[in-house]
Design a protein around this ligand. Sequence first.
Ligand SMILES: CCC/C=C/C(=O)SCCNC(=O)CCNC(=O)[C@H](O)C(C)(C)COP(=O)([O-])OP(=O)([O-])OC[C@H]1O[C@@H](n2cnc3c(N)ncnc32)[C@H](O)[C@@H]1OP(=O)([O-])[O-]
Ligand SMILES: NC(=O)C1=CN([C@@H]2O[C@H](COP(=O)(O)OP(=O)(O)OC[C@H]3O[C@@H](n4cnc5c(N)ncnc54)[C@H](OP(=O)(O)O)[C@@H]3O)[C@@H](O)[C@H]2O)C=CC1
Length: 265
Amino acid sequence: MHEADFGVAGETAIVTGASQGIGRSIAETLAAGGANVGICSREMDRVGPVADEINDSDVDGEALAVECNVREREQVEAFVEEVVEEFGGLDIMVNNAGGEFVAPFEDISPNGFDSILDLNVMGTVHGMQVAGEHMREDGGGKIVNVASVNGQHPAPNESHYSTAKAGIIQLTETVATEWNDDGIRINCVAPGLIQTPGVAETLGIDSEDMPPRDQVDRRIGYGEDIADVVQFLVSPAAAFMTGETVTVKGVPRPGNSMQHDLGLQ
Ligand SMILES: CCC/C=C/C(=O)SCCNC(=O)CCNC(=O)[C@H](O)C(C)(C)COP(=O)([O-])OP(=O)([O-])OC[C@H]1O[C@@H](n2cnc3c(N)ncnc32)[C@H](O)[C@@H]1OP(=O)([O-])[O-]
Ligand SMILES: NC(=O)C1=CN([C@@H]2O[C@H](COP(=O)(O)OP(=O)(O)OC[C@H]3O[C@@H](n4cnc5c(N)ncnc54)[C@H](OP(=O)(O)O)[C@@H]3O)[C@@H](O)[C@H]2O)C=CC1
């Protein structure tokens, strides 16, 4: 009888942008599943306590925090190297670090547009290329990129971010075909609106009284909604999936976008 295997125990994973929000949920979930996790953010003061909390808990996975700005190639190289040395390899790379500001297209300067492309697209390119090199040497691995429903549907006032996230979806599909022979599976997750500190700051919304996770409608997402899907994508259960983008957005609505969810569209 076939039994599905969603396990990650004993694997080594990297999660970028894990001091809070979705990245933190992914790191905690993989560590609870028994994976060792290397996590980064731009500030050790913010990401260090997340690793401490994982290491002080009773989960099987260990955590290593490293200060790393994913926009800086050399920092990504040093981060990945440190994790490989600490845990003896690299099986899973989750390119989660990303972000934006909200502004009409005509008000976004070339430098402003470029900063969002650099953070989201080039941050992912650095993570994929640096991790990919280690994975090729080790005979394979799994990569998950974090895009957004905004890369799939129009989202007014987020032209730079939507362009970047659409790019991440295409990057996933294309490189998955190139690296298939190296045993590297690459997939993407496209979250709908997820309650995180970043969203609270960017959109000024918080959701103290969210319905429980088993309710799909009338709520925005939890970080764990994304983390569970990421764990599936890097597990043996997803062995026949590569180059895919999995949308995780609760109840589908016409013109689904974050603005729509917020009643702004
Ligand atoms: C629906 C939303 C869902 C949310 C999803 C999330 O991802 S939530 C996650 C939310 N959390 C995060 O996003 C956290 C991560 N955020 C970051 O890393 C950075 O804040 C950054 C990448 C957004 C900018 O990085 P950086 O160091 O390069 O910043 P910098 O200060 O050097 O500015 C560069 C250029 O951008 C311009 N500009 C900036 N703001 C605005 C604005 N509001 N308006 C117009 N323009 C703006 C600025 O003027 C400058 O252009 P200029 O004047 O030289 O022509
Ligand atoms: N929340 C949502 O509704 C959605 C989010 N997403 C995507 O999910 C991902 C996570 O979003 P969310 O959790 O909401 O974001 P948050 O802003 O809450 O968290 C972002 C994380 O990324 C880190 N980070 C930001 N910039 C960098 C950088 N240059 N280098 C390294 N780390 C960085 C931050 O750490 P620090 O500040 O300490 O550096 C923080 O840990 C992003 O890619 C986002 O675009 C997609 C769709 C919806």
